[in-house]
Design a protein around this ligand. Structure first.
Ligand SMILES: NC(=O)c1ccc[n+]([C@@H]2O[C@H](COP(=O)([O-])OP(=O)(O)OC[C@H]3O[C@@H](n4cnc5c(N)ncnc54)[C@H](OP(=O)(O)O)[C@@H]3O)[C@@H](O)[C@H]2O)c1
Length: 223
């Protein structure tokens, strides 16, 4: 497989930065996107400090999207629609991996509650906001950003991948497999993301109850 060029929109944030770190560690080239190019460059510098020799750069979101073969969207739900609309002219094809969770916390509510999304899920909302040539896949909802950023600690988590385009799911899964300890599982059509996204609210509640930051999921019984 040719190396993908990954852009992480919101790559300065908790989840995006953690994914950037782990892919950089796996030898993957990464573009960190931000609304502010300087902030993106600072995040890229931090990745290079943690992973010497990493191929990572930080640019403004639109440039990151223009230069990528796979775009990961890692922004709060409250920002999802505006950022996708702003990237629409740039993102004409390729794959969008949406990690957005419509937690009530993104609009000032509780992190253990979900918002109702008319389209069914944040991922389905994303699909309505991108051009038809862009294949939307959803993933990474149930992985802790803290665990991703804790480089010395091995990961131990399944990543449920939803989408309506089989090739796009395979390419997203190949990227997930590059990160040791993560196992991608094909969770079905994009509409199944409604279930996967809501597991995050459960994990937030479990983190609080058990006073941890790293809870995740493993599905048993699969070969
Ligand atoms: N944190 C986790 O453990 C975790 C796990 C699974 C899924 N998720 C989901 O992944 C997404 C990102 O989570 P996060 O914790 O990484 O969020 P975050 O740190 O609060 O924000 C991520 C980035 O989004 C950008 N952003 C913030 N407000 C924005 C706006 N109004 N318009 C455009 N960009 C904006 C910011 O980048 P710039 O300021 O640089 O533009 C910020 O660094 C969320 O939907 C979350 O539910 C998070």
């Amino acid at each position: 497989m040719a190396q993908e060029k990954i852009a992480i929109i919101g790559g300065t944030g908790d989840l995006g930065f953690g994914l950037g770190l782990r892919w950089a560690q796996a030898g993957q080239s990464v573009l960190i996107g931000s609304r502010d190019a300087k902030k993106a460059q600072e995040a890229a510098d931090r990745i290079r400090s943690a992973v010497p020799g990493a191929t990572v750069s930080g640019v403004e979101n639109a440039q990151a999207a223009a230069d990528a073969s796979i775009i990961v969207l890692a922004v709060p739900f409250s920002a999802q629609a505006a950022i996708l609309k702003s990237l629409k002219p740039t993102m004409k094809s390729g794959i969008l991996i949406d990690a957005t969770v419509p937690l009530a916390a993104s609009v000032g509510g509780k992190p253990t509650r979900m918002l109702g999304v008319w389209e069914g899920s944040a991922a389905q909302a994303a699909r309505e906001l991108v051009l038809p040539g862009v294949a939307v896949v959803s993933a990474f909802h149930n992985i802790s950003a803290d665990a991703l950023q804790d480089l010395p600690s091995p990961l131990d988590c399944d990543v449920l991948v939803c989408g309506d385009n089989a090739e796009a799911k395979e390419r997203a899964s190949a990227l997930i497999k590059l990160i040791p300890g993560l196992r991608p599982l094909d969770a079905g059509a994009l509409e199944m993301s409604r279930v996967v996204e809501s597991i995050t609210a459960l994990l937030v509640a479990l983190n609080r109850r058990y006073k941890v930051k790293h809870s995740g999921i493993r599905i048993t019984g699969l070969d």
